[in-house]
Design a protein around this ligand. Structure first.
Ligand SMILES: N[C@@H]1[C@@H](O)[C@H](O)[C@@H](COP(=O)(O)O)O[C@@H]1O
Length: 251
């Protein structure tokens, strides 16, 4: 596990976009796993800038998103499909047919989860998976629990996740209580993982993850088993460690 420490959010976004750029340059037909939430927004903006400057070509890239709110149509303003379209896809030359997001408004949820899982496999698996992290340690929408599901599945969101994500909705009651998410194995099959965490509120869970103790109650801790993980944090993490009197090398 590699940890990169950046000055601030802008720097973190630059570093993350450079890693993604390198991946696309090395393999223009690569398969990217994408994330939503506030954290990757800066990274997506940098990728758009690089595309506009002519240094990036997305025409042969395929993407798979981690998750989608259950019950939301892809055109719903708070759906992750709309997020991806607005924040990245509509600004670049990606073929929209090569972008994949679980469909949130299906009748047969089991069928949709199976279809999504198979689509990832058919595409040859994910080369680079971008991840954010919930303050409770969730990745995708794999919430802390006594057990973690391996494949794409329907999940009930935790109260803290609903609270955290309510900032994107008009009111908390509007936040869907369930979501479709790639499972731990779907994420783990990615050849490489890039996890971004910015700001003081993410520092405690990053410290927990770096401790290397595996727990299904900290789903991100499972990443300690993956052979190729890069975690990009900003200075807020180091400041948090200082307050705890902990040296990064001692974790
Ligand atoms: N499902 C998403 C996650 O994939 C994301 O990592 C997390 C953190 O979001 P943020 O980056 O806004 O803190 O939020 C959501 O719950």
């Amino acid at each position: 596990m590699k940890i990169l420490i950046c000055e601030n959010y802008e720097h973190l976004s630059e570093v993350a976009s450079n890693i993604i750029e390198d991946k696309i340059t090395a393999n223009p037909k690569c398969v990217l796993g994408l994330a939503t939430g506030g954290t990757p927004e800066g990274t997506y903006q940098r990728l758009i800038d690089k595309y506009k400057q002519g240094s990036l070509d997305f025409s042969s890239v395929t993407t798979f998103n981690l998750d989608e709110y259950y019950g939301l149509n892809g055109r719903h303003p708070q759906s992750y499909a709309k997020y991806m379209y607005d924040k990245l896809f509509k600004h670049i030359n990606i073929d929209i047919n090569n972008t994949n997001i679980p469909q949130g408004d299906v009748d047969d949820i089991k069928k949709e989860c199976k279809r999504y899982e198979e689509a990832i496999l058919e595409a040859g698996g994910i080369d680079l998976q971008l991840l954010g992290i919930g303050t409770n340690g969730h990745i995708g929408f794999n919430e802390p629990n006594a057990y973690l599901k391996t494949k794409t599945h329907l999940v009930k969101l935790k109260e803290e996740t609903i609270n955290a994500n309510s900032r994107f909705f008009e009111k908390k009651e509007d936040v869907p209580t369930r979501a479709i998410t790639m499972g731990i194995k779907s994420i783990f099959r990615a050849k490489e993982i890039l996890l971004l965490a910015s700001g003081p509120e993410k520092a405690p869970i990053i410290m927990e993850l770096l401790k290397g103790q595996l727990s299904t109650y900290v789903p991100a801790s499972i990443l300690n088993l993956h052979p190729s993980v890069t975690i990009v944090v900003d200075k807020a993490f180091i400041e948090y460690l200082k307050k705890q009197n902990v040296e990064l090398s001692a974790i």
